[in-house]
Write a protein that binds this ligand. Structure first.
Ligand code: AMP
Length: 283
């Protein structure tokens, strides 16, 4: 497995594969790999001739008060997991390599509307711009045939799909289901921040979404009623501070008034102590 830090070297490596008509499955990550990431990698490996993974903690998607400085970075362990999986190349750039040094300011940014004006876009101003921009850069560097994204970050998935459609990136986005712990908590690199009691409390998110889904499955169509049920479970856990709870059209992410047969999704974001968690579930 090659570990390539320089964007130009990575671009050459991937271009040579694509020139000989070989397919590249690409999984962009910020590292601290868990079973959710590795599931994306396994699928990318199975569906393509080559697996390329990026590990880059993208400073552009963190606000100054967020957790960039403490984000976990177990690089050797990540590389070992990827080696065992048969990964061909890891792209691990520096932030200077991606965004230039002080004498060259990166000046091109991508806003994906209207997604940047809702949910994560409102709660984390600038976050989705940072995501869209780094993903576009990674696509230009790694030239994937297919790129694999987790439904765990549902709005991010919609942003990336829009980016690819709007800017005509010649690749396919493959959405992958959320991988969960046995008690329902969605796997996330940020779960490592949780204390033992917080880890217990964190199950409230899945329990709440599940209560909403069950109500919908029993025939309830009114979104306000379903939302009240979700809120009631969430507020039963006093340490969880919700930032938003929404039931939305799964394509547009616009809030729904009632379940009318369109594909719908419950979105939840909030904090437990200093840790921010997001999750979502199909209704
Ligand atoms: P991150 O390292 O958090 O930027 O995530 C990299 C990719 O892994 C993104 O496409 C995420 O949506 C995906 N991912 C993260 N957690 C999970 C999970 N629990 N299940 C499936 N995919 C995930």
């Amino acid at each position: 497995m090659q570990i390539i830090p320089e964007p130009r070297d990575m671009q050459r490596f991937c271009a040579s594969l694509r020139c000989s008509a070989q397919t590249i499955g690409f999984v962009p990550t910020m590292g601290a790999l868990h079973a959710g990431h590795l599931e994306l990698c396994r699928r990318a490996k199975a569906e393509n001739e080559h697996l390329v993974v990026s590990i880059f903690i993208n400073p552009a998607q963190f606000a100054p008060h967020e957790d960039l400085a403490r984000y976990p970075h177990p690089f050797e362990r990540d590389c070992q997991s990827l080696r065992e999986l048969g990964c061909d190349a890891v792209f691990a750039p520096t932030k200077e390599g991606m965004y230039g040094r002080a004498d060259f300011r990166h000046g091109t940014w991508i806003d994906v509307t209207p997604f940047d004006e809702m949910w994560e876009g409102v709660t984390r101003p600038g976050h989705l711009r940072g995501v869209a921009t780094v993903v576009a850069k990674l696509f230009n560097i790694c030239a994937p045939t297919r790129a694999y994204f987790g439904e765990k970050d549902f709005q991010q998935l919609r942003v990336v799909e829009s980016l690819v459609a709007d800017l005509n990136f010649p690749l396919e986005i493959v959405p992958c289901p959320t991988v969960r712990e046995s008690d329902g908590l969605a796997m996330s690199s940020r779960n490592a921040y949780l204390s033992a009691p917080e880890r217990q409390s964190a199950t409230v998110i899945f329990r709440a979404m599940n209560a909403g889904r069950e109500l919908a499955q029993s025939g309830e169509r009114d979104v306000t009623t379903i939302g009240q049920t979700i809120d009631a479970v969430l507020t039963s856990e006093p340490d969880f501070a919700a930032q938003y709870v929404a039931i939305v059209d799964a394509q547009t992410l616009a809030p729904l008034r009632e379940l009318d047969g369109r594909e719908a999704r419950i979105l939840v974001a909030g904090t437990l102590g200093k840790t921010r968690l997001i999750d979502n579930l199909a209704v």
